[in-house]
Design a protein around this ligand. Structure first.
Ligand SMILES: *[C@@H]1O[C@H](CO)[C@@H](O)[C@H](O)[C@H]1NC(C)=O
Ligand SMILES: *[C@@H]1O[C@H](CO)[C@@H](O)[C@H](O)[C@H]1NC(C)=O
Length: 222
């Protein structure tokens, strides 16, 4: 799990030594409102570019400890998000809609595709639901004293994960009505807070032990 990466955008990616520095919370909050996330850590070859019109493309080949997050962002909340393109991952990572709320502080993911799911913390299944014709499982995980948009905090992660049977790799497309997800999560006692940051349709890749990430993606969101 490399959620901290998604907090940081191009500026820091150009200054690798800055990544290990303690996070300045106000700066993280400001960056989270960027329309574009692009962050790498550790060793490997990572390349992502914005191509205009909500389109981006990536290719990656991570070594041990290496990872990246890239994606197009816009104001978070109850929206219908459409995406399409090509996603060809090997190893750990996700194609997901990703964001944060405050009060409560929540990091959320709607995971649309993957090769290897390798969560950093144990996931607890809270229920199953459907949205936009797809089945999802809702998991939560607890992060203890980890980086967040409010600095180092203990907070809950919410994951809506598309069923293995319905996810595709290669050609991908989908519609995500975020309110359906938020409403189900809330019905299980896991409500959203305030949407003060952007959310992003991200390609995230990370190494987990000997499982190394590689792949390509070209994703357009609207
Ligand atoms: C790596 O994957 C294993 C097995 O899924 C998991 O138990 C572990 O927490 C993962 N570690 C990280 C840092 O993602
Ligand atoms: C809920 O989803 C998970 C993951 O796809 C699956 O393993 C489980 O069987 C589902 N449970 C029900 C009741 O459908």
């Amino acid at each position: 799990m490399v959620s901290f990466k998604a907090l940081v955008t191009t500026a820091l990616a150009l200054i690798p030594s800055a990544i290990a520095a303690p996070a300045d919370t106000s700066a993280l909050v400001a960056r989270q409102n960027s329309p574009w996330q692009w962050w790498t850590e550790g060793q490997g070859q990572f390349s992502c570019q914005q191509q205009g019109g909500g389109k981006y493309s990536c290719n990656w080949n991570g070594k041990s400890g290496g990872g990246m997050v890239a994606g197009t962002g816009w104001g978070a909340g109850r929206k219908t998000v459409r995406y399409s393109g090509q996603y060809n991952p090997k190893g750990p990572g996700y194609l997901s809609l990703y964001g944060w709320t405050r009060n409560p502080l929540i990091e959320f993911y709607i995971v649309e595709s993957w090769d290897v799911l390798a969560p950093g913390e144990p996931w607890t299944l809270r229920g199953n639901y459907t949205s936009d014709g797809n089945n999802y499982a809702f998991y939560t995980a607890q992060r203890v004293n980890k980086p967040s948009i409010e600095g180092t905090r203990t907070f809950t992660q919410y994951f809506g994960v598309k069923s293995e049977a319905q996810k595709t790799v290669g050609s991908v497309s989908g519609t995500i009505t975020t309110g359906n997800h938020f409403d189900f999560w809330s019905s299980k006692g896991y409500r959203m807070g305030n949407f003060e940051q952007n959310m992003f349709m991200v390609t995230e890749a990370f190494a987990n032990g000997t499982k190394l990430p590689s792949g390509t993606s070209t994703i357009t969101v609207s």
